[in-house]
Design a protein around this ligand. Sequence first.
Ligand SMILES: Nc1ncnc2c1ncn2[C@@H]1O[C@H](COP(=O)(O)OP(=O)(O)O)[C@@H](O)[C@H]1O
Ligand SMILES: [Mg+2]
Length: 294
Amino acid sequence: MTRIGFLACADTLPGAGERRGDAFEHDIEVAALRPAFAELGLDLIEIDWRSPLADFEGIALVLLGTAWDYQDHPAEFLARLDELVARGIAVHSPPDVVRWNIDKRYLQDLASRGAVTVPTLWFDDVDREGVLAAMEQFGTDRVVVKRQVGAGALGQFSFKRDSLPDDGWNMGKPCMVQPFLASVPEEGEYTFVFIDGAFSHGVLKRPAAGEYRIQSLYGGSEHDFAPSPTDLATAQAVVAALPFAAPLYCRIDMARLPSGELAVMEAEMIEPYLYPEQGPHLGETLAKAILARL
Ligand SMILES: Nc1ncnc2c1ncn2[C@@H]1O[C@H](COP(=O)(O)OP(=O)(O)O)[C@@H](O)[C@H]1O
Ligand SMILES: [Mg+2]
């Protein structure tokens, strides 16, 4: 059996200590991939990305899996990926793709290469004045402020004109401001999973009542989604706009603009949850794509 590492972190791995509220997604993904991988001679091994290098002995390729704490330790994470590559281990996504994908300013690249993106203003930091100015510029009463390096809606804010941040508030980090898309709570966010650049399956992610964040941590739910040809073409155009060949896996998250067109919210290539429940063939598709790369 060829050993394939599934990188995780201390609070997504089963066993030791307290786990994150969404660690069950780790279990669902491993349970879906492991048997399908085994059928094709691949042994899937869950491993903490911070494990001693010696523990990676004999692993041919690693998937970035559920290393869901990298965003607070990006330099350490990237250094580890470089070390794995230096040991001859194939890393997916590769460090250069991770470097590009770790900072949401990659959306500027995608936009300049023709993808439809959510309108965004970029700030080294933002305060109450900046939030107000963004509302003026977008002609809206509600915006979302997010970290440029972030995931899982961590450290994210949604401000309305009647609930502005305090005078002394500032984000304290490079951030981005977007108009709040009403379609997210009303309709949901769409995920398109691509394996080696080919569409695998779609997911509609809906927030809980009164929420706008679709993540399971906030009570979001996931549903099967078969995209229309137009919506699929819009997602495919995002993959085509990547400044490198399509990676082994990627997840294109999209939301509907008031114009009716889907826009990319996030193109996740680092440690995306790939929604195996909405794509029952995911394990086999991914295993075959891995075999083709070994
Ligand atoms: N402009 C927006 N309008 C409405 N909801 C948004 C907007 N941006 C983000 N969200 C909500 O917040 C969640 C997290 O934002 P996202 O850009 O996906 O960052 P990340 O997943 O990396 O934290 C989204 O899944 C969505 O539910
Ligand atoms: Mg997201």
